[in-house]
Design a protein around this ligand. Structure first.
Ligand code: HAM
Length: 414
């Protein structure tokens, strides 16, 4: 039997990755323009890192973590997200007091039920701003998000945004929500009964009708957060509402425990059930929770598989492509040298060497299929005379015999 890949862990072939490369280039450009720099952390961490950050009661840690014992009987896991690792790394380097503008990308792992837009290995590209208190950093990150949309040609999206108050407000609200719901726990949907015990805030974003009905008369988060926080949220929304579709959503609590302050999520109706392609927010307490010094933190992560679906841009200029056909009978080191010299002479051209045996005709057919603009043909006769045939593949394109030196000149100035 053939060995298959794991469920929810798709392969990505060159044709799938074309869009990824455009996306990565555009994002790198934007990150550079914000002076935001890359950090790389390991794919594997101690399980405890995520238990203490994302939260023991969250679905991500509770049900979806790829955790196992290593050979030394330590509980380690494949990372389900990037923020906790970034904070861990900065604490480990004792740099909590500095300011950091960081981005990262790579695979994340969650044992979820796979469906369209939801995988067990998926990719995120994320940004974390560390050391900046609530204020301009929120504005800057929303501005960055808008730049990303503009640069990728994404038009159909809604930014949902909310303010979770500070840690005390969050706690007071939870207590009050629990005392309101507990006497009526039987009326809550089964799933939400469990949530009420483990992570009451998550009851708010329940999709179950019976739960939503009960919540109508429940205490409102808005009544627990300060005027200052409410004002900040309003001002932030007002600052951007002319430029994009941004809406306050009071049921937005996010599935990770570490948030306090502003949280946001971006959805698109073009995506179907898994419609959120970006999520983020402020998490000022995480450094402390992980044993570090006080450090403000805010960031977001994009689900790459999902945003790629929305991409509406093409490569602006396709590089020229030249096919290199060795039509001779025997292998000659001269041909490899000339191919190498060509590549050194002009790196902006793609030189596609046809490596397998075959007739000249089949090579030419392949060159056409691969969208080559030109081909270079070197047969036994040409090789003997240090010459090559240069052929233009456009309709009525001509063909000429060049010395190796002329060939390099032509290629350099193409
Ligand atoms: P998150 O909302 O869990 O946030 O994930 C961010 C994005 O990753 C989601 O909006 C979604 O597009 C994508 N995503 C999540 N799970 C899957 C999956 N199973 N398959 C495909 N895509 C998925 C975080 O991870 C936070 N660390 C974001 C953050 C950074 N907050 C502050 N800084």
């Amino acid at each position: 039997v053939k060995i298959q890949s794991l469920r929810g862990m798709p392969d990505l072939f060159p044709e799938d990755l074309e869009k990824w490369h455009i996306f990565e280039l555009k994002l790198l450009e934007i990150f550079n323009s914000f002076n935001t720099n890359e950090i790389r952390t390991p794919l594997v961490e101690f399980t405890e890192l995520f238990a203490r950050s994302v939260g023991n009661s969250s679905d991500i840690v509770n049900k979806e973590l790829y955790s196992f014992l290593d050979r030394n009987e330590e509980s380690i896991c494949l990372r389900p997200e990037g923020s906790a690792s970034v904070i861990r790394a900065v604490i480990q380097k004792k740099q909590e007091q500095d300011k950091h503008k960081l981005w990262y990308q790579g695979p994340m792992f969650r044992y979820e039920r796979p469906q369209k837009g939801r995988y067990r290995q998926f990719h995120q590209i994320g940004v974390e701003y560390l050391g900046f208190e609530e204020g301009t950093s929120e504005y800057e990150l929303i501005a960055m998000v808008l730049q990303i949309h503009q640069s990728l040609g994404i038009q159909d999206y809604t930014i949902k945004i909310n303010h979770l108050g500070d840690a005390q407000a969050k706690e007071k609200f939870c207590t009050s929500l629990v005392s309101f719901l507990e006497p009526q726990i039987e009326e809550l949907h089964e799933k939400d009964q469990a949530r009420l015990k483990s992570n009451p805030l998550r009851v708010l974003d329940s999709k179950e009708k019976s739960t939503q009905e009960l919540l109508k008369n429940a205490p409102k988060f808005q009544d627990f957060i300060s005027e200052k926080s409410k004002r900040f949220l309003k001002d932030l929304v007002n600052a951007f509402k002319d430029q994009c579709n941004i809406q306050i959503d009071q049921s937005l609590v996010r599935g990770l425990d570490y948030y306090t302050g502003i949280v946001f999520e971006i959805v698109s109706t073009e995506l179907g059930a898994q419609d959120a392609f970006l999520g983020g927010g402020r998490y000022d307490n995480l450094s402390n929770q992980l044993g570090g010094k006080d450090m403000h933190a805010i960031g977001f992560a994009i689900g790459v598989e999902r945003i790629i679906e929305l991409l509406n841009v093409k490569h602006t200029s396709q590089p020229l492509k030249v096919g290199f056909i060795i039509a001779g009978e025997q292998i000659d080191k001269k041909t490899y040298k000339i191919a190498n010299d060509l590549r050194s002479a002009n790196k902006s051209i793609i030189l596609d060497t046809f490596l397998s045996e075959g007739s000249l005709k089949s090579h030419l057919r392949r060159a056409n299929k691969n969208n080559c603009n030109f081909v270079i043909i070197i047969g036994d006769d040409e090789l003997k005379n240090n010459q090559a045939i240069w052929k233009d593949l456009c309709e009525d394109g001509d063909q000429e015999l060049l010395s190796f030196k002329e060939l390099i000149d032509k290629y350099t100035n193409l």
